[in-house]
Design a protein around this ligand. Structure first.
Ligand code: PMP
Length: 292
Protein backbone atom coordinates (compact mmCIF):
# COMPACT_ATOMS: atom_id res chain seq x y z
CA UNK A 1 0.00 0.00 0.00
CA UNK A 2 1.73 3.20 -1.25
CA UNK A 3 5.07 1.42 -1.30
CA UNK A 4 4.88 -0.53 1.96
CA UNK A 5 3.69 -3.95 2.98
CA UNK A 6 0.72 -3.61 5.31
CA UNK A 7 -1.04 -6.43 7.20
CA UNK A 8 -4.34 -7.35 5.47
CA UNK A 9 -6.52 -6.01 8.32
CA UNK A 10 -4.67 -2.68 8.40
CA UNK A 11 -5.10 -1.90 4.69
CA UNK A 12 -7.64 0.88 5.28
CA UNK A 13 -8.64 4.18 3.65
CA UNK A 14 -10.52 7.27 4.82
CA UNK A 15 -14.30 7.33 4.26
CA UNK A 16 -13.93 10.52 2.22
CA UNK A 17 -11.60 8.81 -0.30
CA UNK A 18 -12.50 10.45 -3.64
CA UNK A 19 -12.77 7.16 -5.54
CA UNK A 20 -15.21 5.76 -2.99
CA UNK A 21 -17.60 8.59 -3.85
CA UNK A 22 -17.05 9.13 -7.56
CA UNK A 23 -15.52 5.96 -9.03
CA UNK A 24 -12.28 7.73 -9.98
CA UNK A 25 -9.92 4.75 -9.73
CA UNK A 26 -8.25 2.41 -12.20
CA UNK A 27 -7.34 -1.20 -11.64
CA UNK A 28 -6.08 -4.47 -13.04
CA UNK A 29 -6.83 -8.13 -12.58
CA UNK A 30 -3.79 -10.36 -13.04
CA UNK A 31 -3.17 -14.03 -12.33
CA UNK A 32 -0.15 -15.90 -11.06
CA UNK A 33 -0.18 -19.62 -11.84
CA UNK A 34 1.57 -22.53 -10.26
CA UNK A 35 4.14 -23.93 -12.65
CA UNK A 36 6.68 -26.77 -12.41
CA UNK A 37 9.28 -24.28 -11.16
CA UNK A 38 7.18 -22.08 -8.85
CA UNK A 39 4.64 -19.31 -9.38
CA UNK A 40 4.63 -17.33 -12.62
CA UNK A 41 2.64 -14.19 -13.43
CA UNK A 42 0.98 -14.16 -16.84
CA UNK A 43 1.57 -11.10 -19.05
CA UNK A 44 2.45 -8.84 -16.13
CA UNK A 45 4.05 -5.99 -18.16
CA UNK A 46 0.97 -5.78 -20.41
CA UNK A 47 -1.28 -5.45 -17.34
CA UNK A 48 0.94 -2.72 -15.88
CA UNK A 49 0.92 -0.89 -19.22
CA UNK A 50 -2.88 -0.99 -19.23
CA UNK A 51 -2.96 0.29 -15.63
CA UNK A 52 -0.75 3.24 -16.60
CA UNK A 53 -2.89 3.88 -19.71
CA UNK A 54 -6.09 3.77 -17.63
CA UNK A 55 -4.57 6.14 -15.06
CA UNK A 56 -3.70 8.64 -17.80
CA UNK A 57 -7.37 8.71 -18.82
CA UNK A 58 -8.09 10.11 -15.35
CA UNK A 59 -5.10 12.46 -15.30
CA UNK A 60 -3.31 10.31 -12.74
CA UNK A 61 0.42 10.42 -12.33
CA UNK A 62 1.58 7.36 -10.45
CA UNK A 63 4.46 7.80 -8.04
CA UNK A 64 6.16 4.68 -9.38
CA UNK A 65 7.71 3.83 -12.73
CA UNK A 66 6.57 0.95 -14.93
CA UNK A 67 9.52 -1.18 -13.76
CA UNK A 68 8.85 -0.36 -10.11
CA UNK A 69 5.21 -1.35 -10.48
CA UNK A 70 6.20 -4.64 -12.11
CA UNK A 71 8.68 -5.32 -9.32
CA UNK A 72 6.09 -4.39 -6.66
CA UNK A 73 3.66 -6.96 -8.05
CA UNK A 74 6.39 -9.61 -8.12
CA UNK A 75 7.37 -8.78 -4.53
CA UNK A 76 3.74 -8.90 -3.36
CA UNK A 77 3.24 -12.35 -4.87
CA UNK A 78 6.59 -13.56 -3.53
CA UNK A 79 5.86 -12.29 -0.03
CA UNK A 80 2.34 -13.75 -0.03
CA UNK A 81 3.75 -17.26 -0.46
CA UNK A 82 0.73 -18.26 -2.58
CA UNK A 83 1.63 -20.85 -5.24
CA UNK A 84 -1.09 -19.30 -7.42
CA UNK A 85 -3.23 -16.23 -6.89
CA UNK A 86 -5.26 -13.39 -8.33
CA UNK A 87 -3.54 -9.99 -8.16
CA UNK A 88 -5.40 -6.70 -7.87
CA UNK A 89 -3.50 -3.43 -8.36
CA UNK A 90 -5.72 -0.38 -7.80
CA UNK A 91 -4.71 3.25 -8.24
CA UNK A 92 -7.17 5.74 -6.82
CA UNK A 93 -7.70 9.34 -5.82
CA UNK A 94 -7.52 9.40 -2.05
CA UNK A 95 -8.67 11.74 0.66
CA UNK A 96 -7.89 15.41 0.38
CA UNK A 97 -10.72 17.54 -0.79
CA UNK A 98 -14.34 16.85 -1.62
CA UNK A 99 -15.93 17.64 -5.00
CA UNK A 100 -16.14 15.84 -8.30
CA UNK A 101 -12.86 17.24 -9.67
CA UNK A 102 -10.24 14.74 -8.50
CA UNK A 103 -7.23 17.00 -9.06
CA UNK A 104 -5.65 17.92 -5.77
CA UNK A 105 -6.30 14.57 -4.11
CA UNK A 106 -3.33 12.24 -3.58
CA UNK A 107 -3.01 9.37 -6.09
CA UNK A 108 -2.76 6.23 -3.97
CA UNK A 109 -1.83 2.71 -5.05
CA UNK A 110 -2.46 -0.69 -3.56
CA UNK A 111 -1.56 -4.18 -4.77
CA UNK A 112 -3.37 -7.08 -3.14
CA UNK A 113 -3.29 -10.78 -3.94
CA UNK A 114 -5.24 -13.78 -2.75
CA UNK A 115 -6.07 -17.30 -3.95
CA UNK A 116 -9.06 -17.18 -6.32
CA UNK A 117 -10.36 -20.20 -8.22
CA UNK A 118 -12.79 -20.20 -11.15
CA UNK A 119 -14.53 -16.82 -11.57
CA UNK A 120 -17.51 -18.49 -13.26
CA UNK A 121 -17.61 -21.85 -11.49
CA UNK A 122 -19.56 -23.77 -14.17
CA UNK A 123 -18.44 -26.02 -17.05
CA UNK A 124 -20.56 -23.87 -19.36
CA UNK A 125 -22.55 -20.69 -18.76
CA UNK A 126 -26.03 -19.53 -19.74
CA UNK A 127 -26.10 -15.84 -20.68
CA UNK A 128 -28.85 -13.27 -20.58
CA UNK A 129 -28.66 -10.28 -22.88
CA UNK A 130 -28.74 -7.26 -20.61
CA UNK A 131 -31.34 -4.54 -20.95
CA UNK A 132 -28.49 -2.15 -20.16
CA UNK A 133 -26.34 -0.97 -23.07
CA UNK A 134 -22.56 -1.11 -22.72
CA UNK A 135 -21.06 2.29 -21.84
CA UNK A 136 -20.68 4.35 -25.00
CA UNK A 137 -17.10 5.10 -26.14
CA UNK A 138 -18.02 8.78 -26.42
CA UNK A 139 -19.26 8.86 -22.81
CA UNK A 140 -15.89 7.97 -21.31
CA UNK A 141 -12.53 6.46 -22.21
CA UNK A 142 -14.21 3.07 -22.70
CA UNK A 143 -11.00 1.09 -23.19
CA UNK A 144 -9.57 2.18 -19.83
CA UNK A 145 -10.22 -0.07 -16.84
CA UNK A 146 -11.90 2.56 -14.67
CA UNK A 147 -13.66 1.71 -11.40
CA UNK A 148 -16.80 3.70 -12.27
CA UNK A 149 -17.31 1.72 -15.50
CA UNK A 150 -18.19 -1.29 -13.41
CA UNK A 151 -21.53 0.19 -12.36
CA UNK A 152 -22.67 -0.66 -15.91
CA UNK A 153 -21.45 -4.25 -15.39
CA UNK A 154 -23.05 -4.41 -11.94
CA UNK A 155 -26.43 -3.28 -13.31
CA UNK A 156 -26.34 -6.12 -15.84
CA UNK A 157 -25.38 -8.66 -13.18
CA UNK A 158 -28.08 -7.52 -10.75
CA UNK A 159 -30.68 -8.26 -13.45
CA UNK A 160 -29.71 -11.92 -13.14
CA UNK A 161 -30.58 -12.18 -9.45
CA UNK A 162 -33.19 -14.89 -8.91
CA UNK A 163 -32.91 -16.22 -12.49
CA UNK A 164 -31.13 -19.32 -13.81
CA UNK A 165 -28.63 -17.27 -15.84
CA UNK A 166 -24.97 -17.35 -14.87
CA UNK A 167 -23.73 -14.18 -16.52
CA UNK A 168 -24.92 -11.24 -18.63
CA UNK A 169 -24.01 -10.15 -22.18
CA UNK A 170 -23.98 -6.46 -23.05
CA UNK A 171 -24.78 -5.00 -26.47
CA UNK A 172 -23.62 -1.66 -27.84
CA UNK A 173 -25.91 1.17 -28.98
CA UNK A 174 -26.15 -0.45 -32.46
CA UNK A 175 -27.38 -3.74 -31.03
CA UNK A 176 -24.06 -5.46 -31.73
CA UNK A 177 -22.36 -7.61 -29.16
CA UNK A 178 -19.94 -5.69 -26.96
CA UNK A 179 -18.75 -7.88 -24.09
CA UNK A 180 -19.60 -9.47 -20.78
CA UNK A 181 -19.52 -7.57 -17.48
CA UNK A 182 -15.95 -8.77 -16.97
CA UNK A 183 -15.17 -10.84 -20.07
CA UNK A 184 -14.65 -10.56 -23.83
CA UNK A 185 -16.85 -12.53 -26.23
CA UNK A 186 -15.80 -15.04 -28.88
CA UNK A 187 -17.87 -17.29 -31.16
CA UNK A 188 -17.16 -20.03 -33.69
CA UNK A 189 -18.97 -20.37 -37.02
CA UNK A 190 -17.95 -22.34 -40.08
CA UNK A 191 -14.56 -23.20 -38.61
CA UNK A 192 -13.74 -19.54 -38.03
CA UNK A 193 -13.47 -17.62 -34.76
CA UNK A 194 -15.19 -14.23 -34.56
CA UNK A 195 -14.85 -11.60 -31.83
CA UNK A 196 -16.16 -8.03 -31.58
CA UNK A 197 -13.77 -5.34 -32.83
CA UNK A 198 -12.17 -2.94 -30.37
CA UNK A 199 -14.11 0.24 -29.66
CA UNK A 200 -16.79 -0.24 -27.06
CA UNK A 201 -14.96 -2.99 -25.19
CA UNK A 202 -12.07 -3.43 -22.81
CA UNK A 203 -9.12 -4.60 -24.92
CA UNK A 204 -8.67 -7.81 -22.98
CA UNK A 205 -5.20 -9.19 -22.51
CA UNK A 206 -6.72 -12.68 -22.58
CA UNK A 207 -8.53 -11.69 -25.81
CA UNK A 208 -5.16 -10.81 -27.34
CA UNK A 209 -3.68 -14.10 -26.12
CA UNK A 210 -6.59 -16.11 -27.54
CA UNK A 211 -6.28 -14.42 -30.93
CA UNK A 212 -2.58 -15.38 -30.96
CA UNK A 213 -3.25 -18.95 -29.80
CA UNK A 214 -5.95 -19.40 -32.44
CA UNK A 215 -3.69 -18.22 -35.22
CA UNK A 216 -0.86 -20.44 -33.90
CA UNK A 217 -3.33 -23.35 -34.08
CA UNK A 218 -4.19 -22.40 -37.66
CA UNK A 219 -7.76 -21.35 -36.80
CA UNK A 220 -8.76 -18.18 -38.65
CA UNK A 221 -9.88 -15.28 -36.39
CA UNK A 222 -11.81 -12.21 -37.48
CA UNK A 223 -12.45 -9.11 -35.40
CA UNK A 224 -15.74 -7.64 -36.61
CA UNK A 225 -19.15 -6.32 -35.67
CA UNK A 226 -21.29 -9.24 -34.46
CA UNK A 227 -25.05 -8.79 -34.33
CA UNK A 228 -26.97 -10.69 -31.68
CA UNK A 229 -28.73 -12.76 -34.38
CA UNK A 230 -25.32 -13.90 -35.68
CA UNK A 231 -24.28 -14.96 -32.21
CA UNK A 232 -27.47 -16.96 -31.72
CA UNK A 233 -26.54 -19.08 -34.73
CA UNK A 234 -22.99 -19.70 -33.47
CA UNK A 235 -21.76 -23.28 -33.32
CA UNK A 236 -19.67 -22.49 -30.24
CA UNK A 237 -19.00 -19.46 -28.07
CA UNK A 238 -16.87 -18.59 -25.09
CA UNK A 239 -15.97 -15.78 -22.73
CA UNK A 240 -12.38 -14.83 -22.00
CA UNK A 241 -10.77 -12.87 -19.19
CA UNK A 242 -7.96 -13.05 -16.69
CA UNK A 243 -10.45 -14.06 -14.00
CA UNK A 244 -12.82 -16.06 -16.26
CA UNK A 245 -9.94 -17.59 -18.31
CA UNK A 246 -11.80 -19.43 -21.14
CA UNK A 247 -15.40 -20.12 -20.13
CA UNK A 248 -17.59 -21.95 -22.69
CA UNK A 249 -21.05 -20.47 -23.30
CA UNK A 250 -23.98 -22.90 -23.54
CA UNK A 251 -26.82 -20.50 -24.34
CA UNK A 252 -27.77 -16.88 -24.94
CA UNK A 253 -31.28 -15.86 -23.84
CA UNK A 254 -32.08 -19.61 -23.61
CA UNK A 255 -31.13 -20.30 -27.23
CA UNK A 256 -28.73 -23.24 -27.05
CA UNK A 257 -25.62 -22.72 -29.19
CA UNK A 258 -24.58 -25.65 -31.40
CA UNK A 259 -24.89 -28.96 -29.61
CA UNK A 260 -25.05 -27.35 -26.18
CA UNK A 261 -21.81 -29.14 -25.31
CA UNK A 262 -18.29 -27.72 -25.21
CA UNK A 263 -17.27 -27.55 -28.88
CA UNK A 264 -13.97 -28.86 -30.28
CA UNK A 265 -12.50 -25.44 -31.07
CA UNK A 266 -13.41 -24.03 -27.63
CA UNK A 267 -11.94 -27.12 -26.00
CA UNK A 268 -8.67 -26.77 -27.93
CA UNK A 269 -8.38 -23.02 -27.24
CA UNK A 270 -9.15 -23.50 -23.55
CA UNK A 271 -6.67 -26.32 -23.01
CA UNK A 272 -3.94 -24.47 -24.92
CA UNK A 273 -4.56 -21.31 -22.87
CA UNK A 274 -4.40 -23.22 -19.58
CA UNK A 275 -1.19 -24.96 -20.65
CA UNK A 276 0.34 -21.62 -21.72
CA UNK A 277 -0.39 -19.86 -18.41
CA UNK A 278 1.00 -22.82 -16.49
CA UNK A 279 4.30 -22.65 -18.36
CA UNK A 280 3.83 -25.92 -20.23
CA UNK A 281 4.28 -24.48 -23.72
CA UNK A 282 7.71 -23.04 -24.58
CA UNK A 283 6.36 -20.74 -27.31
CA UNK A 284 4.44 -18.73 -24.68
CA UNK A 285 7.21 -18.74 -22.06
CA UNK A 286 7.99 -15.06 -22.79
CA UNK A 287 4.59 -14.16 -21.33
CA UNK A 288 5.57 -15.47 -17.90
CA UNK A 289 7.25 -13.51 -15.13
CA UNK A 290 8.64 -16.22 -12.90
CA UNK A 291 8.82 -15.72 -9.13
CA UNK A 292 12.09 -17.42 -8.35
N1 PMP B 1 -14.06 -6.86 -20.39
C1 PMP B 1 -14.27 -6.36 -19.17
C2 PMP B 1 -15.37 -5.41 -18.95
C3 PMP B 1 -13.45 -6.78 -18.09
O1 PMP B 1 -13.65 -6.30 -16.87
C4 PMP B 1 -12.43 -7.73 -18.33
C5 PMP B 1 -11.57 -8.20 -17.19
N2 PMP B 1 -10.46 -7.35 -17.00
C6 PMP B 1 -12.26 -8.21 -19.64
C7 PMP B 1 -13.09 -7.75 -20.64
C8 PMP B 1 -11.16 -9.19 -19.96
O2 PMP B 1 -9.90 -8.54 -19.87
P1 PMP B 1 -8.59 -9.34 -19.53
O3 PMP B 1 -8.52 -10.47 -20.46
O4 PMP B 1 -7.50 -8.34 -19.75
O5 PMP B 1 -8.69 -9.78 -18.12
Amino acid sequence: MNGEFVPWDDAKVHVLTHTLHYGSGVFEGIRAYETATGPAIFRLPEHIDRLIYSGKALNMTLRWSRDELIEAVVETVRKSGHPSCYIRPLAFYGYGKMGVNPIGNPVELIIACWPWGAYLPHDMVDLKVSSFIRIHPQSTVADAKIVGHYVNSIMSILELQGTHYHESLLLDTDGAIAEGPGENFFMVKGGEILTPSLGTILPGITRRTIIEIASDLGIPVREQKILLADALSAEEAFYTGTAAEVTPIRSIDDAILGTGKIGPITEKIKSTYLSAVRGELPQYEHYLTRIA
